[in-house]
Design a protein around this ligand. Structure first.
Ligand code: NIG
Ligand code: FE
Length: 459
């Protein structure tokens, strides 16, 4: 798998018009998150089309105006400087929405962990899987053995999956290197993927994913390396926008997590917390107290944690796929979080151990079916609120003139269907920054290379 060509985003500098949609979800008029979202706030409109130019949405207007605008772009005075490409897409009643936003992934990894899954089916738990050589440390050993170019190629193939599923902005964490050089290699690889996008890639430093084996006897040494060496360097070199920590008994304590997060804030990064995933430990309260951008997982959050998030702007990111894949019967109390007034977002947690899926629509279906969200709430959680979980709340995750042309035409008509046809191939055409990155039979490259078949990720 070759590295994606640099500057793919600039190749969005053409004209695309989508007309004939059955419905368009325009997103809230006000900037910022939706608490207790309804379809009214999201504004589902019929009879309008979308015109995109130079990577941005130029107009959202009645179909006939969009057709006239397109003709003018291609044949009229506006065509004096010919566009790199021009395409008028008849959507034949399909649904158009903003591109989905996935605010929590570990998408840069090497091999899948197939043995973990087989062991879990035999009844092994997290600890016994780790003791048998599986778990995060297996991914760490595998990751450390791979060079930066190889990681970029693997990441690029996996990001093709991400866009093919309708996601146009994705967060990617480091955290499988767990040694200074390997963590920096991860962040450099993520930066190369971001430069080559689409999709838009947001980098998070997760050096505090686990204590590496060489520091197990003296764990404070790894926390010191993170706080005194790596975090300041990552901040200085702007290698990550966010810093995350796996705050869980037996991984990083509340105190260690706070130390890491305070260092990250001092280094200019936004804060995220893997909080209360397995135990009601107080990670959500810590995230709210520190003003973190998001608290993620929350499978075991306490009532006090729900209250703390509801009273804050910290986004509660729920990852229902992880608990399903791990065979857990319980879910994050998404209903209680929404009812209490928290900002709730959804994410895939795409990773080789606990969630080998990058499908946000699948997570929407699980959020409705397992965690009792309404479809409108799941939609807001995968768009506007997910953008808030990446500090892009002012305009992210919504379709509006002047915004980047991140949008999806889906193989369905009603927005509720996104959370209904679970695991089905729903995305018909996907545009990120105006660049067509997924289509029914081909990926269109405006650079003139013609067909670019989708290839499965390597392992
Ligand atoms: O978010 N909780 C920690 N990290 C991941 C699992 C990563 C792995 O198992 O490789 C998670 O579920
Ligand atoms: Fe995670």
């Amino acid at each position: 798998m070759a590295e994606p060509a640099p500057g793919a985003r600039e190749r969005g500098a053409g004209v695309t018009a989508l007309v004939g949609a059955g419905a368009v979800v325009l997103g809230p008029a006000e900037p910022g998150p939706l608490r207790r979202a309804t379809w009214d706030q999201l504004r589902v409109t019929a009879g309008v089309g979308v015109g995109c130019e130079g990577g941005r949405v130029a107009l959202i207007a009645p179909d006939r105006e969009v057709r006239a605008w397109y003709r003018e772009q291609v044949h009229g005075r506006a065509s004096a400087h010919p566009h790199a490409f021009a395409e008028l897409i008849e959507c034949e009643g399909r649904l158009i929405t903003p591109g989905l936003v996935d605010p929590h992934t570990h998408a840069l990894f090497g091999a899948p962990r197939l043995d973990d899954q087989a062991r879990r089916a035999r009844g092994d738990d997290y600890k016994s899987i780790a003791a048998a050589g599986g778990g995060i440390l297996q991914s760490m050993r595998d990751f450390r053995a791979r060079g930066e170019d190889e990681l970029v190629a693997l990441g690029a193939a996996r990001l093709q999956w991400v866009t093919a599923l309708g996601t146009t902005t994705v967060e990617v964490k480091s955290g499988y290197g767990l040694a200074p050089e390997a963590e920096l290699r991860a962040l450099r690889a993520i930066a190369r993927l971001a430069a080559a996008g689409p999709p838009t890639v947001v980098a998070t430093f997760l050096g505090a994913h686990e204590v590496p084996p060489e520091h197990r006897a003296k764990r404070e040494a790894w926390v010191r390396i993170l706080v005194e060496e790596l975090i300041p360097r990552v901040g200085r070199e702007r290698l990550a926008e966010f810093c995350d920590v796996f705050c869980e008994p037996g991984v990083f304590s509340l105190e260690e997590s706070e130390t890491v997060l305070r260092a990250a804030r001092a280094a200019g990064m936004g804060l995220k917390v893997h909080a209360d995933e397995l135990d009601p430990y107080g990670g959500a309260e810590l995230a709210a107290r520190l003003g973190a951008t998001s608290a993620d997982h929350l499978g075991a959050i306490s009532p006090a944690g729900v209250e703390a998030l509801a009273a804050s702007d910290t986004v509660a990111v729920i990852l229902p796929g992880t608990l399903v894949f791990l065979g857990k019967a319980r879910h994050a109390p998404a209903r209680a979080l929404v009812d209490a007034g928290a900002v709730v977002a959804l994410a895939s947690d795409f990773n080789p151990g606990s969630s080998p899926s990058a499908s946000v629509p699948l997570m929407m279906a699980l959020a409705v079916g397992q965690a009792h969200l309404q479809p409108a709430e799941a939609f807001a959680a995968a768009t506007v609120n997910a953008a808030c979980a990446l500090a892009r709340g002012a305009e992210g995750g919504r379709l509006a003139a002047g915004r980047p042309a991140d949008l999806v035409a889906w193989n369905c008509r009603d927005p509720r269907e996104l959370a209904y046809w679970y695991g089905m191939p729903l995305a018909w055409r996907v545009f990120a920054g105006g660049f067509a990155c997924h289509g029914p039979e081909r990926v269109v490259s405006s650079a003139g290379s013609g067909l670019k078949p989708l290839s499965p990720p390597l392992s």
